[in-house]
Design a protein around this ligand. Sequence first.
Ligand SMILES: Nc1ncnc2c1ncn2[C@@H]1O[C@H](COP(=O)(O)OP(=O)(O)OP(=O)(O)O)[C@@H](O)[C@H]1O
Length: 612
Amino acid sequence: MINLLVSNVYYLYLFSFWILLLVLVDHGALGVAVNDCKESKCGSGPAVRFPFRIKGRHPDHCGYPQLGFDLSCSERKETLLELPNSVKLLVKKIDYFSQVVTVSDPQGCLLKQLPNLNLSASPFQFHHYELGYWENCTIFHCLKRTQWSAATQVSCQSAPNYYVYSNPSNSGDDVNKVFNCTKMYEIINIPYELCNGNNRIVHLNWSYPRCSSCEEQYKYCKLKADSTQPVIDCYGNLERKSIALGLFLLIVTVIAVFYIYGFNKKEKEYQSKIEKFLEDYKAFKPTRYSYNDIKRITNQFKEELGEGAYGTVYKGKISEEILVAIKVLKNSKGNGEEFVNEVRIIGKIHHVNVVRLVGFCADGFRRALIYEYLPNGSLARFISPADAKNHFLGWKRMQDIALGVAKGIEYLHQGCNQRILHFDINPHNILLDHNFNPKISDFGLAKLCLQDQSAVSMTTARGTIGYMAPEVFSRNFGNVSYKSDVYSFGMLVLEMVGGRKNVDVNQGNDEQIYFPEWIYNLLEGGEDLRLEIDAEEDAKIAKKLAIVGLWCIQWNPVDRPSMKIAVQMLEGEGDNLPIPANPFSSTNPTRTNARIPGRQLHHELEAISETE
Ligand SMILES: Nc1ncnc2c1ncn2[C@@H]1O[C@H](COP(=O)(O)OP(=O)(O)OP(=O)(O)O)[C@@H](O)[C@H]1O
């Protein structure tokens, strides 16, 4: 945003600069000869240009060569007009059109200056409206305050018990006698109005040079170049300057207004975006909700998404944009360990392949977990044979899902401060977002352990039959470790390849085909996977997934790859992936219609308690 602001200001200045340049070029202000005579001011005084000039600022040729047109700036930045007899007057205004200059006494005592004012030696006369009635003016001082017909007190010259008055000389009053006053001096032949003690300004006009003729044409005035006589010349264009300047100011103002308006609008948009983000951000930090909140968010448990072992999942809405899935836990189930586990583990981890816990509710005996809503539900819905067109997601997507799950598990194993072992990786616990990105969910059985801990203690077998590693059942098969998740992942991948359950625990039927062994035997025999895959590329993906799955379900945990290796295998082309050792070595390796081996994952197999 700062960049946007800076670039806008930059363009605004650039634009203004060009307009200004245009104006200056237009009235010749940039010409060398004219430039040093350009209009100037003393402080906030009137604009000074030909026939006047400011001494020390404008060269001689800028003013009319006659005493009186040379102005100066005082220390207080006032414009001073110097006239013969060292009379200095303050210039208030210059009307170039009427050729009138309005002046006053710098000390505010005009009547004191007037006796010395000899206009005949200057280019100025008293302005015409003051010509009506001329007379001499007498200045008196009296010892008492006095009042008579035409006299006015000259306050700037009076003092306590010393009263100064001005009075037209022909008034007929014998002030000396009548009022006991003494004449101080007389000012000869001045306009009647000026013989007023209160008058502070005087208008003087000049007849030559006649720059008013240029002003009439809205032009500037200057001395004609190369002329021996002081003759004037009109040049440039006063009107266009003011129009151009006006236009310039208008454009700049309009741009500024639009800019400020646009900026404010943008700024408001940004602010509301930030507010919204903070609101949403708050919602993404696990927050505690009351049971009433849960009822409100789920709209009284209106839409059910599914039912699991630990509770029912409802759809909910926290804000217009944040949809959630709320698992309301059954009271009868567990001692709250799953609840604590979930909040403790996924509450603080963030990974694109791990479901996000938005919040939770622990309101008396009521408990609920609030997750981000994943519109495509669980992966279990999509595990179907490749020929079941309406459910099968395609091999490329299957590969992406397997890779996403692998990365999620790798993150749990390696990416957090404490290693997280999930212990329940299965297709029901893999949820799919709108783009079918997989997210691992259900951390109720998960365990936290130290990064370098090679084995974990476990008092009861945990997990789902068919995905549980052999060592989770019995310590006879090795130590329980992160490799147990690798096993579950392998079973999940093989189910994705086969489009069916590897083990159907509901059928106690010994005749069931055990898919992992069946597929192993095919691969080992160099045979086709018999999965009716047309595209060569898809067949390659299916074979790669099958090999990775078989590596992950090695009976001995030591033989299974870490999730990091599994990710690398899935990311590679798969052409050079070796086929692992037979995970089912006790059965006949040549059988392609293998049956579920009795010693393997049967749900009636008793869990052996393990202690550290
Ligand atoms: N975050 C979610 N977004 C969308 N649907 C979900 C979400 N979580 C769960 N579901 C739906 O709710 C169903 C039940 O989920 P739940 O986790 O309670 O059970 P399960 O994993 O299927 O079984 P179990 O609890 O035994 O592991 C899921 O199958 C899925 O369809």
